[in-house]
Design a protein around this ligand. Structure first.
Ligand code: AMP
Length: 318
C-alpha cells in the first residue's frame, strides 16, 4: 500500500479529522489545509472536519479557520500539512489525536507523524494534495472552491510558476485545477496585488540593498523603518522576492526586525543552496528558500559573511 492510499484509508475510517498547517501561513499552507478540508467535507459529509489556526485578515479571501478545543482531538485523525518542524505547527493540541500524519514538501528535518508523506520534489503541499485527489479519485469530489484553494497554494509557492520547483507535473496539476473550476485569473491577480505601503517599501529595499561582489545581497529592515512605512512583519512577504530580479544577485537575505528586537531572516537563492546556512541560525527550509533568526547586529554580520561564502563557492553565473 502506498502512503497516499494509507492516508486515504485513515481518512475513511476517522469520524473527526483535524487539519493543521504552519504558523505565519502563506497561500500554500492555507490553500493545502482548506483545500484538503473541502475535499474531505464534500466527499464524506458525515465526517467532522476542522481546520484550526490563527485567522489573518490578508488571507480572508482563502477562507475561515475553525475554533478547536482539546476535546475535539479525542479519537481524531490529525493531519499536519506544509510544516517541516513541530515548533512551527499552528495549534497546541495537534499531538493529542489518535493518529498524527505529516504531509509536506520541505526537507524532512523533523520526522514526526506516522505515516509521513514527504515529497521534496513537489512544488508545494497543494500540488501533493491535488495529486492525492487525482490518485484516489473515484470516491472524492473536488469542488471549484477546493480547486481554487489548491491553485492558490501552487501559485504562492512557485512565485507564479517562476521558481525551479515548477515541474511539468506542477503545470499538469494547475491545468487539472483550472479544469475543476479554479479561477486562475482572480487568484493570480490577488497574489500579485500589493498595498501602497508595500510598494513604497519595495523602493526602499531596492535603494538600500547591499550587493557584494560574490552575488550575495542583503537589506536590513528595522522596526523604525517598518514603522515609517506603516508596515508589519507579515507584509514583508511582498518584498522578499525582489532582489532576485536583479541580474547580478545570486542569493540574498532580508533581515526583518521583530518587536522583541531580534531579527527574522528570510533567505532566498537562484542557485547556491542556503538551507545549511539557515540551520546554523535556528532555521531551515528548502535549498532555495529558507528562514532563520539573528539575535543581534553581530549575528547579522556573521550571516552576511556566510552568505558571501555560499555565493563565492557557487561557480555558476546568474
Ligand atoms: P519565509 O522566509 O518565512 O517565507 O520562509 C521560507 C521557508 O523557510 C519556509 O517555507 C520554511 O520552509 C522555512 N523556514 C522559515 N523559517 C524557518 C524556521 N524558523 N525554521 C525552519 N524553517 C524555516
Amino acid at each position: 500500500m502506498t502512503v497516499q492510499t494509507a492516508i486515504f484509508e485513515l481518512i475513511k475510517q476517522a469520524k473527526t479529522i483535524i487539519i493543521h498547517r504552519h504558523q505565519r501561513p502563506d497561500p500554500d499552507a492555507i490553500g493545502s489545509q482548506l483545500g484538503l478540508a473541502d475535499i474531505i467535507k464534500t466527499s464524506f459529509p458525515d465526517k467532522r472536519v476542522l481546520a484550526p489556526g490563527k485567522q489573518y485578515h490578508g488571507f480572508d479571501w482563502l477562507g475561515q479557520m475553525d475554533e478547536v478545543s482539546e476535546e475535539d482531538y479525542h479519537d481524531a485523525l490529525v493531519l499536519v500539512l506544509d510544516t517541516a518542524n513541530q515548533p512551527r505547527v499552528d495549534g497546541e493540541f495537534y499531538q493529542q489525536g489518535k493518529t498524527l500524519v505529516k504531509i509536506d514538501h520541505h526537507p524532512n528535518d523533523d520526522a514526526f507523524g506516522d505515516p509521513q508523506w514527504v515529497d521534496v520534489d513537489a512544488s508545494s503541499t497543494s500540488e501533493m494534495v491535488y495529486n492525492w485527489y487525482a490518485q484516489c479519485g473515484d470516491e472524492l469530489t473536488l469542488t471549484a472552491n477546493a480547486a481554487r484553494l489548491l491553485y492558490a497554494g501552487i501559485v504562492g509557492d512557485t512565485g507564479r510558476f517562476l521558481y525551479s520547483a515548477t515541474k511539468p507535473s506542477t503545470m499538469r496539476a494547475a491545468a487539472g485545477l483550472m479544469e475543476a473550476g479554479a479561477d486562475a485569473e482572480t487568484v493570480n491577480r490577488i497574489e500579485d496585488t500589493i498595498t501602497l505601503p508595500v510598494a513604497r517599501l519595495s523602493a526602499y529595499v531596492y535603494e538600500h540593498l547591499t550587493q557584494l561582489d560574490s552575488g550575495a545581497a542583503y537589506v536590513i529592515l528595522t522596526n523604525d523603518i517598518m514603522d515609517s512605512f506603516e508596515i508589519g512583519d507579515a507584509s514583508t512577504a511582498g518584498v522578499v522576492p525582489l532582489p532576485g530580479r536583479i541580474d547580478t544577485v545570486k542569493c540574498w537575505a532580508i533581515f526583518v526586525q521583530q518587536k522583541e528586537g531580534d531579527y527574522r531572516i528570510r533567505l532566498r537563492s537562484k542557485g547556491p543552496a542556503i538551507n545549511e546556512l539557515a540551520k546554523k541560525h535556528d532555521g531551515g527550509g528548502h535549498a532555495l528558500a529558507s528562514g532563520a533568526k539573528a539575535s543581534d547586529q553581530q549575528e547579522i554580520e556573521t550571516v552576511v559573511r556566510e552568505l558571501d561564502a555560499v555565493a563565492s563557492h557557487d561557480e555558476k553565473e546568474v
